[in-house]
Design a protein. Sequence first.
Length: 190
Amino acid sequence: MAEETDMDEEGQDAAESLMEDLEEADGKGKLPLIIGGAVILLLAIGAGLYFTGMLDGVLGKDSGSHSESEADELHAMDDHGDGHGDGHGGGNFLEIPTITVNLSTEDGTPRYLRLTVQLELHSADDRAAVEAIIPRVIDQFQTYLRELRVRDLRGSSGIYRLQTELLWRVNQASAPTKVKDVLFQEILIQ
């Protein structure tokens, strides 16, 4: 009987030891999941704040609020039109001629992109400087666009990347004058 109690105690000790090992392993396995979940949650919240514009003030971007002089300028544009110039008139918008390029395809099938954009300028004073370099801007755009594939333009993220690339390229061509934004008028993939 003494042997049975020793066996039972050894079995209980082994069972307790096994349970402790399982609890430790289970706790260690959950920690990376908890940390990973927290990181994903923080990234999702940050992305949501960024894309809704709530971080613009923190990141130093224009929050859309205008000073009194900017508000007066916008009001004056409204009195003389909508401010969306046709490339020949007033406003802080400058139309780029429509660009049609071949897209790169893996199977050799001809695919085309037709793109019409307007450049949003910071002020009407920048118009002459940007108009003077339009041929350079078109060259920069065409060089970039010819390297694109149809899959590069899929979804809103593809269009957003296209917009940021075109804005970067126009600002490189127009330096030191800065263009505020590239606005799509037409995007057609055939």
